[in-house]
Design a protein around this ligand. Structure first.
Ligand code: PLP
Length: 433
C-alpha cells in the first residue's frame, strides 16, 4: 500500500500543528505508523490522498451512522448554505431541531444547542451545580466526557493511549471537586456519596461506555444509580454524546429504560457538522440563561448549516427505526466471522458488543471496567490494526475505542471485513493452520 502523500502531509503538519493532528485520537501513537490523510468519503468508504480506499468502521467516531455523504443531509446542507452560514440570531431550524430531539428522547423537555460534546458536558455540570448549589461531581474511571477540566481525571481512551490519565493544566482545586467511582460497581458510588453527603451536585456517566472500549453495563447498575440519585437529590447526567441516536432512536436511556435528569448529546446530532446539546427536565433547564441564572452562551450555537445536517439525519432515523435492527444484524454477521477466526487460531479475546458498537479486546479477562480494560495486549492490537489498514479496513487507532458501524455497510463489505479479520488474526495463531 502506497501512502507517500499521507506521510508527506504528516511531516508538513508537524511544523505548525501540535503532534500533526487536531485531536490526539487521530494520531497513530498507540498503534505505530503515521496517520492517514483523507480526501473524500462516500457511503461505507473513505478515500485517502494516495488513492487508497478503506471500509470505514469509525465513521467519524459515530456521526456518520447513515454512511458518508448521506444524500438527504448533503442536500439539506447545500440548501442551508445558500441561505446563510450564520445569523447569530434565531432561525426556524433551531425550533424544528429542539422539537425533534424532545420527541425522540422524552426525558428531554427542553434542550440547548452547543457546538461540541465537550461544551455539552461542561454546561450540564455547571447547570447541575447552579441548580443544586453543590460543588462536587462524581465520574467513573475510564469514562470520557470531553476535555473540560473537571473531566480530565481517569478519562479513558485518548488520555489513556497517551499515558496521561491526569492532564497537567488541571488545577488541584478543580480536581478535588471531581470524585471517582468504579464503572459497573455500585458499592463504590454508594461509598463516595456517603462520604460526601449533601455535597454532590451530579453523577455523570456514559450509560454504555465507549471510551475504554465498548462496555455495556447490566441494567441494575444504572437503576442503582437512579435510586441513589433520587435518595440524595443528586442530578443524574447521562452522557449520550456517543450513544444518543446510536443504540436506538432514544439512545441508551430508551434501551435500558432508565431515565436521567439531564442528557448530553453530540456526534450523530450534528450529522457530521460540529454540534452538541444538553437537555432534560424543564424545571432544571429553565435555570439556564436567559430564563435562569446559570450562564451559558455560543456565537455559533444552533448554526443553521449544522442544524440542517443534524435534522436531516435525526429525522431519517426517527422515521426509519428498522435501521437499528439492520445495524445490529450487520454487526452480528461481522462478529460471527470474527469469533470463528479467533476460535480457529485459539486467541485470547473478549468481544463486547451492543447494537452497532463493538470492541475486540486482546485479553483473556472479561472487560467490565477501566482496570480490566488495561489488561489488554496493546502491542498485539497495534499489529492487528496495521494489518487491517493494509487490507483496506479503517479501525479506530486505539485498543480503547469502540467501533461504530454505519448503515451503508452491505453484504460485500461485510465479507471483506470478515476476510480481512481472518487474515490479520492468523499471524498471532499459536496452532498450526
Ligand atoms: C466524544 C465524546 C465527548 C466529547 O465530544 P466532542 O464533540 O469531541 O467534544 C463527550 N462524551 C462522550 C461520551 C464522547 O464520546
Amino acid at each position: 500500500m502506497k501512502i507517500d502523500k499521507s506521510k508527506h502531509l504528516f511531516k508538513q503538519a508537524l511544523h505548525h500543528i501540535p503532534g500533526g493532528v487536531n485531536s490526539p485520537v487521530r494520531a497513530f501513537k498507540s498503534v505505530g505508523g503515521d496517520p492517514i490523510f483523507f480526501e473524500s468519503a462516500k457511503g461505507a468508504y473513505l478515500y485517502d490522498v494516495d488513492g487508497n480506499s478503506y471500509i470505514d468502521l469509525v465513521n467519524s467516531w459515530g456521526p456518520m451512522i447513515l454512511g458518508h455523504r448521506f444524500q438527504e443531509a448533503e442536500d439539506a446542507i447545500i440548501e442551508a448554505v445558500r441561505k446563510s452560514t450564520s445569523f447569530g440570531a434565531p432561525s426556524e431550524a433551531e425550533v424544528k431541531m429542539a422539537d425533534l430531539i424532545c420527541a425522540m428522547i422524552p426525558s428531554i423537555e427542553k434542550v440547548r444547542m452547543v457546538n461540541s460534546g465537550t461544551e455539552a458536558t461542561m454546561s450540564a455540570v455547571r447547570l447541575a451545580r447552579g441548580f443544586t448549589g453543590r460543588d462536587k461531581i462524581v465520574k467513573f474511571e475510564g469514562n470520557y466526557h470531553g476535555h473540560g477540566d473537571s473531566f480530565l481525571i481517569a478519562a479513558g481512551s485518548g488520555a489513556m493511549t497517551m499515558g496521561s490519565p491526569d492532564s497537567p493544566g488541571v488545577t488541584k482545586g478543580t480536581a478535588k471537586d471531581t470524585l471517582l467511582a468504579k464503572y459497573n460497581d455500585l458499592s463504590t458510588v454508594v461509598k463516595v456519596v456517603e462520604e460526601n453527603l449533601g455535597q454532590i451536585a451530579a453523577i455523570i456517566i456514559e450509560p454504555v461506555a465507549g471510551n475504554m472500549g465498548c462496555i455495556a453495563p447490566p441494567r441494575e447498575f444504572l437503576v442503582g444509580l437512579r435510586d441513589l440519585c433520587d435518595k440524595n437529590n443528586i442530578i443524574l447526567i447521562f452522557d449520550e454524546v456517543m450513544t444518543g441516536f446510536r443504540l436506538s432512536r432514544g439512545g441508551a436511556q430508551e434501551l435500558y429504560d432508565v431515565i436521567p435528569d439531564l442528557t448530553t448529546l453530540g456526534k450523530i446530532i450534528g450529522g457530521g457538522m460540529p454540534v452538541g446539546a444538553y437537555g432534560g427536565k424543564a424545571e432544571i433547564m429553565d435555570y439556564v440563561s436567559p430564563s435562569g441564572p446559570v450562564y451559558q452562551a455560543g456565537t455559533l450555537a444552533g448554526n443553521p448549516v449544522a442544524m440542517a445536517a443534524g435534522y436531516a439525519v435525526l429525522s431519517h432515523l426517527n422515521a426509519n427505526p428498522e435501521i437499528y435492527t439492520k445495524l445490529e444484524e450487520t454487526t452480528n454477521e461481522i462478529l460471527i466471522g470474527l469469533r470463528a477466526s479467533l476460535e480457529k487460531y485459539e486467541l485470547d479475546n473478549t468481544i463486547n458488543q451492543i447494537g452497532s458498537m463493538y470492541t475486540l479486546f486482546f485479553t483473556d479477562q472479561k472487560v467490565k471496567d477501566f482496570e480490566s480494560a488495561k489488561t489488554c495486549d496493546t502491542k498485539k492490537f497495534g499489529t492487528y490494526f496495521r494489518s487491517m489498514l493494509e487490507k483496506g479496513i479503517y479501525l479506530a487507532p486505539s485498543q480503547f475505542e469502540s467501533l461504530f458501524l454505519s448503515a451503508a455497510l452491505g453484504e460485500e463489505e461485510i465479507e471483506l471485513i470478515i476476510k480481512a479479520n481472518d487474515e490479520s488474526l492468523k499471524q498471532f495463531s499459536l496452532v498450526k493452520v
